[in-house]
Design a binder for this molecule. Sequence first.
Ligand SMILES: Cc1cc2nc3c(=O)[nH]c(=O)nc-3n(C[C@H](O)[C@H](O)[C@H](O)COP(=O)(O)O)c2cc1C
Length: 313
Amino acid sequence: MKTTLIIYESHHGSAKKAATILGTIIGNTKVYPVDEAPDTIYFNNLVAVFGFCGTNTATGTMAYLSKVKDLIEKKPMAVIGIGLAKCDLPGFCEKIRDAAGGKEFDAYFSEGELRVKDLTAGERDLLADFFEKYGMTLEDKGNFNTANLTDIACELALKYRVPKKPMAKDFLREKIRAFILSHNTMVLATAKDDWVRCTPLEYIYLDGIIYVITEGGLKCKGLWQNENISAVIYDAYRTMANIKGLQITGKAECIEVMCDEYQQVFMKRHLPLKKIDELPISLYLIRVTPVKYEILNSDFKKDGFDVRQVLTV
Ligand SMILES: Cc1cc2nc3c(=O)[nH]c(=O)nc-3n(C[C@H](O)[C@H](O)[C@H](O)COP(=O)(O)O)c2cc1C
């Protein structure tokens, strides 16, 4: 498991909020204000978040990075600036790079906010002078951009949460297949905009495809408008030493009743098509095509692998 240290330097809370969002989404993280960050870097990755603050920007962050630069030399690092003017980011990054011993890092900008009521008297005077110089008045500006931050966090999560000891693809594929075949129920999430639905369903697994025979229901509302699904197959939690679960990301659709594929699935399930046809209601068939598997299995550790493994199909 790879871990990430997140440090933040915030004057009025935006960078702190950003660091909190990043911490929860990236996962396996620990978030510290920069003045409380540990000197011993036992984390695999480092993320520094700071609010833009004129000449006072990221001063604590630079002092910290300068102190630990030898320890972070080989670690992946990202810097996230929260401010009003994106064009200020490169200048701040240059100074941060110098402080970190010339280290390369990914740099991101996300909009923060200026709320006049929260400013100290000193900040208000300083900013009023600054704005006046550019023919502007000091007023509330910017809106904290949560959506942009969650996108940045997802990008970093994909980069940072790769297993330290990944399984060979074929071996992992077999482990996933065995897990799916040793269960028969999944929870399928379908969605369209702000409409989301989770449904527990019995499934059949044939040649890498998951099929669900169903009398229908509201899950199909999402499927007809959005083919993207998420599903999970899992064992009930007992202890941390025995965790097993499989998250599936994929595409799904309702396939035509009695088409060739439909008939094959019912035949493989030993369900006579004549009987199915005679039922007073139709049975529908949902085809789920997995695109990505994320499996968690504490047994993997016994074989020297990460507990969490990812397979893209
Ligand atoms: C004293 C002060 C100076 C600021 N200087 C800048 C600046 O140079 N560039 C900018 O884009 N935003 C600037 N801002 C706006 C802040 O970047 C914005 O309010 C941000 O959300 C602050 O994050 P924080 O609350 O985590 O400190 C400044 C705000 C204050 C209060």
